[in-house]
Design a protein around this ligand. Structure first.
Ligand code: FEC
Length: 305
């Protein structure tokens, strides 16, 4: 049986012209007002016109393939996206055409929510079923020791940039979701707090807080506290420096490069607060080792490191 790994990521518009179609896909076909689409285009413009998400994800896939090969397991490692080409279903279909019979897959987002992660798996499972492929999936990996160590190393490095590391505040962040997830006991908030607790402990920091970021304006309440409010609160309490560690994301993309690096930094600046953003994991060797271990475990080829 021929194996493959499928890394699933959110997806990003290939150009500014693709923003309306991308936005419509995210909204499940519900039309958005023209000014809201334009506002999104402007956010992409502010980070240089496109997001690096696709190239980072491809670099992660190439890196995982390399690490697995070095460990004696040469398997294709493909990238499938949820909201933009190459779509997950098409990639599964392509893998089936090349003779693959078993796919190990997980989303490049460590924390599970029915509202976010479940749809990655339904897309993959449906396509795998249609082609008679075996699918081995992992739904969350928020407490993987390698992930915790990699995130903690970024926090430590960010703290080193602070003028007064002992006094710097630390805020862990992740994408907000509609508050209604709480009514179905979704594991997302607890998994995020667990990751944050483990990372803080590994980085040796005792004072930290968690905030959500990137909430959409959909007319319903979203999970808080919001990062921007957390910054205001910290400044009011006398903080002068803050390290923001986006533990819910594993790559540089719009939600990191705009929502933190532009929007949150502007707010922090206006408050006299210096914002230091912990580096993203991207395709760094320590993170590639984590992804390769997850993939290998799914393919049942070697134990997790
Ligand atoms: O760099 C890029 O081009 C893509 C960046 C990107 C990532 C991402 C990750 C997550 N999202 C999650 C939940 C939601 C929910 C809605 C929603 C909407 C958007 C919009 C853009 C967008 N998201 Fe996203 N998300 C990224 C980008 N996201 C753009 C649309 C404009 C806006 O609202 O800002 C609301 C959908 C709706 O309207 O019905 C909910 C979650 C994650 C982290 C997990 C994952 O990566 O899958 C959760 C990256």
């Amino acid at each position: 049986m021929s194996d493959a790994v499928l890394l699933m990521a959110y997806g990003t518009p290939a150009s500014l012209d693709d923003v309306p179609a991308y936005f419509a896909h995210i909204r499940g076909g519900r039309p958005a007002r023209a000014e809201v689409v334009e506002e999104l285009r402007q956010r992409y413009q502010r980070i240089g016109g496109t997001s690096p998400l696709r190239e980072v994800t491809e670099a992660q896939a190439a890196g995982v393939a390399r690490v697995l090969r070095e460990r004696g397991r040469a398997v294709p490692v493909a990238v499938g996206m949820k909201h933009a080409p190459p779509f997950i279903a098409d990639v599964v279909s392509d893998l089936a055409q090349t003779g693959v019979r078993k796919i190990g897959t997980f989303a490049l987002a460590p924390h599970y929510s029915k509202i976010s992660i479940a749809s990655y798996f339904s897309a993959a499972a449906e396509a795998a079923g249609a082609h008679g492929l075996a699918l081995r999936a992992r739904e969350s990996w928020h407490d993987h020791p390698g992930l915790i160590a990699a995130l903690a190393a970024r926090v430590t490095a960010a703290l080193r940039q602070a003028a007064d590391p002992d006094a710097a505040a630390i805020v862990f962040t992740a994408h907000s979701l509609p508050e209604r997830i709480l009514s179905w006991h979704d594991p997302y908030p607890d998994q995020l707090l667990h990751t944050s607790t483990l990372v803080a402990s590994a980085a040796g920091v005792s004072r930290w807080r968690f905030a959500y970021q990137s909430a959409s304006h959909t007319g319903e309440p979203w999970l808080g506290p919001d990062l921007l409010d957390a910054l205001r609160d910290l400044a009011a309490g006398g903080a002068r420096e803050v390290v923001v560690s986006p533990v819910g994301f594993v790559a540089d993309h719009l939600e990191v490069l705009f929502d933190i690096d532009v929007e949150a930094r502007e707010v922090a600046d206006s408050l006299g607060l210096r914002l230091i953003r912990a580096a993203s994991l991207n395709a760094a060797p320590d993170f590639l080792a984590v992804l390769a271990a997850l993939a290998a475990e799914l393919l049942d080829t070697e134990p997790m490191s």
